[in-house]
Design a protein around this ligand. Structure first.
Ligand code: LCS
Length: 394
């Protein structure tokens, strides 16, 4: 039996296909909207799905550049096949449109990225899809939320921005027993630290805008799942057209080659920053899955091989003090998004999660004083020094 390659080697090599025409070392950018058929029979066979091959860049598998990226992520996620999208939101939209129809019920983690919340709470009900937002960190809450019509459980773990963790294996098992699929938004952990499909999830999706691209210079999304699921998703891709640009696909392929190295550094730095903040007198609490004080630290230990680069915290003095902190950083950038090489700081209640009504934010733990940090890969001493000087201004 052939020996399975290690994750780092897969980051570098998986999916890569040397150019058979000119021998180019890196995957070429196929800047084309359409593909020439040898004859009508071949074109017809590709359209019917009888023969694999490319037809038109909106229709899955898009272009050979997209196919390399989709295969690379599928290998890293330990899934069968992948599909790329124009953004993480395009990926989530296509997943729900391909799996849910009028009359179906969706259970979602109550703390999710703001636009995911808005898609689920504003758009899906208009299509006749009923949504329950549940604190998925408690398995009993999930069990109690099932209805005969439940067709999907959508988990975000660790969740944006509270860093709440839920047990993928337990919930995926519950979903399966109830005839529903389990979808995990793996954006925060990345497949380097967490492989939802190995815990029984049916689908793992990510915003490539974050750690997969890794350099804050593109928008993208990716979905990995079983061949059957991906076949129906592939159709929706063609019908809705939210596909990734080919340059973005190439940048993601390049980004993934260093995913393992970047993630190790993000996590190492985040642990140092989390420990620094936790011991600082101005800080009330810190949430980072690697801290033993994290309420789901044991679950995180079970399903994550590292704890990523995202953390949140609250400082004494509430919203005003938090504002002064964020206005006083010099090295860190005051910006939304995450997974960049530099450290980003932002205020979820007024930025990424401002679209969620205040009373709901409060109920699910997205407090007005919560500050979110995407810890970069700079020297940790410099990140800590910047936070220390900013904390002294609060
Ligand atoms: N899933 C998660 C967990 C996210 O954090 C985001 C974006 C998305 C999906 C959507 O991905 P996109 O369409 O942007 O590629 N999160 C953002 C954030 O926290 N700040 O700005 C965007």
């Amino acid at each position: 039996m052939e020996r399975e390659l290690k994750f780092a080697t897969k980051c570098v090599h998986a999916g890569e296909k040397p150019d058979p025409v000119f021998g180019a070392h890196t995957t070429p950018i196929f800047q084309t909207s359409t593909f020439i058929f040898e004859n009508v029979e071949q074109g017809a066979a590709r359209f019917s799905g009888e023969k694999a091959g490319y037809v038109y860049a909106r229709i899955s598998p898009n272009t050979p550049t997209h196919a390399v990226l989709a295969e690379k992520v599928a290998v890293l996620e330990s899934g069968e096949t992948g599909q790329t999208f124009a953004s993480g939101m395009a990926a989530i939209t296509a997943v729900v449109l391909s799996a849910l129809k009028q009359g179906d019920h969706l259970i979602s983690t109550d703390v999710v990225y703001g636009c995911t919340y808005s898609l689920f709470s504003e758009v899906l009900p208009g299509l006749g899809i009923d949504v329950s937002f549940v604190d998925t960190s408690g398995i009993e809450n999930v069990r109690a939320a099932f209805k005969p019509e439940t067709k999907m459980v959508f988990l975000e773990t660790p969740a944006n921005p509270t860093i709440t963790v839920c047990d993928i294996r337990e919930i995926a098992g519950l979903a399966r027993a109830q005839g529903a699929i389990c979808v995990v938004d793996n954006t925060f952990a990345t497949p380097y630290f967490q492989k939802p499909l190995l815990f029984g999830a049916d689908v793992s999706l990510s915003s490539c805008t974050k750690y997969i691209g890794g350099h804050a210079d593109l928008l993208g999304g990716v979905v990995v799942g079983s061949r059957d699921f991906m076949k129906s998703l592939g159709k929706v891709v063609g019908y809705t057209g939210g596909i990734m640009g080919v340059h973005e696909a190439w940048l993601c392929i390049r980004g993934l080659k260093t995913l393992h190295i970047r993630m190790d550094r993000h996590a190492e730095n985040a642990m140092k920053v989390a420990s620094f903040l936790e011991s600082h007198p101005a800080v009330m609490w810190v949430r980072y899955p690697g801290l033993s004080s994290h309420p789901q630290h044991e679950v995180a230990k079970k399903q994550m091989s590292g704890y990523g680069g995202m953390l949140s915290f609250e400082i004494r003095g509430g919203v005003e003090a938090g504002r002064r902190l964020m206005d006083s950083v010099r090295l860190c950038s005051l910006a939304v998004s995450l997974g960049a090489t530099d450290t980003l700081i932002q205020h979820p209640a007024s930025m990424t999660h401002a679209c969620i009504p205040g009373h709901i934010r409060n109920k699910v733990g997205i407090k007005d004083g919560l500050v979110r940090l995407s810890v970069g890969i700079e020297d940790p001493e410099d990140i800590i020094a910047d936070l220390e000087q900013a904390l002294s201004k609060t």
